[in-house]
Ligand binder design. Structure first.
Ligand SMILES: CC(C)(COP(=O)(O)OP(=O)(O)OC[C@H]1O[C@@H](n2cnc3c(N)ncnc32)[C@H](O)[C@@H]1OP(=O)(O)O)[C@@H](O)C(=O)NCCC(=O)NCCS
Length: 205
């Protein structure tokens, strides 16, 4: 079962958030977060419409993730502002997997934060938590991600955590206005003795 120990994190500015595995009952808060996040995120592979999951589908997805060996969904949650209120999901980071056996050792990162939470370090904490989970997960040896070259902050974050570029995939994304974009593929290994020369292994020494 893919999960992490819940823990409190403090981000720049001093806000405290709860970092934990997303549960099926978080579906409503997750969908609300995805709506806010995707409304101001031109450099993600989903359109805002594709982020607007029907509640039942999101619940099913979160449930599947919970019982998957290597797919995982983490959320960073802000406490309810008033007594009796509901906590708000402010960021989410996931490992997507492929069901085919020959590529089951790889996972791909997806992540996003609410617009009012960006640049405060939450992305870094979540990415490191995903990598720590990958180290403990028996099947994962390689973590990958794809980023638009124009997504400067995200690219900076991934490089700062230690991911290295392994390919530039030409015409990887086709926008709704008909323009093509390349994407940069980055990688990190998470088990010793597997990384090719020049590639990092998490945790970095
Ligand atoms: C990519 C994303 C998840 C990163 O999360 P984050 O919490 O903003 O990331 P961090 O604050 O940990 O790191 C981002 C880096 O960019 C810097 N930054 C400065 N202004 C920023 C801004 N407005 N937005 C994001 N990052 C900013 C941060 O300071 C940090 O650099 P530093 O470590 O040198 O200070 C978030 O910016 C986001 O949701 N973007 C829109 C969705 C998206 O593009 N997802 C990624 C698809 S590949």
């Amino acid at each position: 079962m893919a999960s992490i120990q819940p823990r409190r994190i403090t981000i720049k500015g001093g806000s405290s958030l709860l970092l934990r595995t997303a549960l099926p009952e978080d579906a409503e808060a997750v969908v609300a977060h995805l709506r806010r996040m995707s409304a101001d995120a031109p450099w993600i592979l989903r359109t805002p419409e594709e982020c607007d999951f029907p509640l039942e589908e999101e619940r099913r997805l979160l449930n599947d993730w919970l019982f998957h060996e290597s797919a995982i969904a983490l959320i960073a949650e802000r406490d309810a502002e008033a007594p009796g209120g509901r906590p708000e999901v402010k960021a989410m980071a996931i490992f997507m997997t492929a069901s085919r056996r020959k590529i089951a050792h790889t996972v791909e990162v997806g992540m996003g934060a609410d617009p009012d939470m960006r640049g405060m370090g939450i992305g870094r904490v979540m990415l490191e938590a995903l990598l720590d989970f990958a180290v403990t997960c028996p099947v994962i040896t390689k973590v990958m991600l794809k980023v638009y070259p124009a997504n400067v902050y995200a690219h900076r974050l991934y490089s700062a955590v230690g991911f290295v570029e392994e390919a530039r995939i030409q015409r990887s994304a086709l926008e709704t206005d008909g323009t093509y974009h390349d994407m940069i593929q980055m990688a990190m290994y998470v088990k010793p003795g597997i990384a090719p020369e020049g590639y990092p292994t998490w945790p970095l020494s």
